[in-house]
Design a binder for this molecule. Structure first.
Ligand code: F6R
Length: 236
């Protein structure tokens, strides 16, 4: 695991976008594993700029997102499909038919999760997976627990996650209590992983994930077992 520290979140975003752009340039029909939340927004801004000003093309890429709130449709402003549309898809030339986000309103969420894994397998996994980290050490919405979960699954969100994500909703009461998330099998199957985190509040959990014990109590610690992870960190 390589950890790189940046003086600003703008520098961090440039580095993250540069890594993703290199993957796209080397393999224009690559599979991008994408994340939501505040951490990757700067990276998406930079990728959109590279598309606009430097001709970086997503036309042949496929994208697979990590997670979606259960119960929110893609038109809900706080859904992760909506987020992706706003921060990346509408700003680049990606083919919407090749953008995948778990469906939060599926009639049969278990079947949706199984189909998501089948799709990921058919795609051959992701070439690069972008990650943030939650205050409780989650990646995707793999929350702390007794065991790592391999498959895409429906998860009960941890109270810490509900509290942290309340800032995007009118109140904590409106934050969905469950989500569909890619499991550790999908995340660890990525050929390259880029984790972005900024702000002093994330420092302790990030340090524990990078150099503490590997435990499902701190889900991001599993990344220590992956052979190509870069952690990009900035204090602000
Ligand atoms: C979102 C996701 C989450 C976030 C994490 C950090 O797709 O997978 O793991 O990356 O909750 O969120 P922010 O960046 O908002 O602190």
């Amino acid at each position: 695991m390589t950890v790189k520290t940046f003086g600003s979140s703008a520098d961090l975003a440039r580095e993250a976008a540069g890594i993703i752009a290199s993957v796209i340039c080397a393999k224009p029909d690559c599979v991008l594993g994408l994340a939501t939340g505040s951490s990757p927004i700067g990276t998406y801004d930079e990728l959109a700029r590279m598309h606009r000003e430097e001709g970086l093309s997503f036309a042949r890429c496929t994208s697979v997102n990590l997670d979606e709130y259960k119960g929110l449709s893609g038109t809900h402003p706080q859904s992760y499909r909506f987020f992706m549309e706003e921060h990346l898809f509408s700003r680049v030339d990606i083919d919407r038919a090749r953008t995948f986000v778990p469906c939060g309103t599926a009639d049969d969420p278990a079947a949706e999760c199984a189909a998501y894994d089948a799709r990921l397998e058919a795609l051959g996994g992701t070439d690069v997976q972008l990650l943030g980290i939650g205050p409780d050490g989650h990646i995707g919405f793999n929350e702390p627990g007794d065991a790592f979960v391999k498959e895409t699954h429906v998860v009960d969100l941890d109270p810490t996650t509900i509290e942290a994500n309340a800032r995007f909703f009118a109140s904590a009461a409106e934050v969905p209590r469950q989500a569909l998330t890619m499991g550790m099998g999908g995340i660890m199957g990525a050929r390259k992983i880029v984790l972005v985190a900024s702000g002093a509040a994330k420092k302790a959990v990030l340090d524990a994930a990078v150099s503490g014990p590997i435990t499902p109590r701190l889900p991001a610690s599993i990344l220590q077992l992956h052979r190509d992870v870069v952690v990009l960190w900035s204090e602000n």
